[in-house]
Design a protein around this ligand. Structure first.
Ligand code: URA
Length: 211
């Protein structure tokens, strides 16, 4: 296991991930549970945010108390499935900025092509959390991380729900400085580069675009 990989094995996440994996879980439930998982994963991915102090008054007395400092967080969703995770992350950090990167996987060549890029200003001053539920071949995540770095991103983490060993290896080789946080490391990829056992096409599961 590469040193930059963290598997979050919290029982709540593992339980909810089983619900997400089940092909019998309908769209509305899938969306809701994904949002809940994102909330818990968000706690893990933000656990080393820098804290400063602020002076406030409780109803009892005045004092200094912990407060997040600096430019804080930017979640960057890899379209479209990343949006499903970002919704839950925003429940946790409503003031976070959000960027979007559109990268389509050519189903023949499996190459990643960028068709959309929009991130907040001063990316370099923010902790960037790049988000995609599935780390399969790694091509999309690598291209998205390349784009973030080209646009000034410096402190970047990659958050996913299910990773394949092939994707972890490729991503770690391309971006050894970026920590990968996932809820599961699955067995591998099938001949169509879907993760097995996985949960199917995350975008289709979130948006109900395939019956
Ligand atoms: N993308 C998905 O949505 N699912 C996979 O299994 C692999 C890539």
């Amino acid at each position: 296991m590469p040193p930059n990989l963290t598997i979050v094995d919290h029982p709540l996440i593992q339980h909810k991930l089983t619900i997400l994996r089940s092909k019998d879980t309908p769209t509305a439930k899938f969306r809701q549970v994904l949002r809940e998982v994102a909330f818990v994963l968000g706690c893990e991915v933000t656990k080393d945010l820098a804290l400063g102090e602020v002076e406030i008054e409780t109803p009892m007395e005045r004092g200094m108390f912990p407060y997040l400092e600096g430019k804080k967080l930017c979640f960057v969703s890899i379209l479209r499935a990343g949006n499903g995770l970002v919704d839950g992350l925003l429940d946790l950090v409503p003031s976070a900025r959000v960027g979007h990167i559109g990268i389509a996987r050519d189903h023949e060549t499996l190459e990643a092509k960028q068709y959309y890029y929009k991130t907040p200003d001063e990316l370099g001053a923010r902790q960037v959390i790049l988000v995609d539920p599935m780390l399969a071949t790694g091509n999309t995540a690598i291209a998205a991380a390349d784009a973030l770095k080209e646009n000034g991103g410096k402190r970047i983490k990659f958050l996913c729900l299910v990773a394949a060993p092939e994707g972890v290896e490729a991503f770690s080789a391309a971006h050894p400085d970026i920590a990968i946080i996932t809820a599961a490391l699955d067995r591998g990829l099938n001949e169509k580069s879907y993760i097995v056992p996985g949960l199917g096409d995350a975008g289709d599961r979130i948006y109900g675009t395939k019956d």
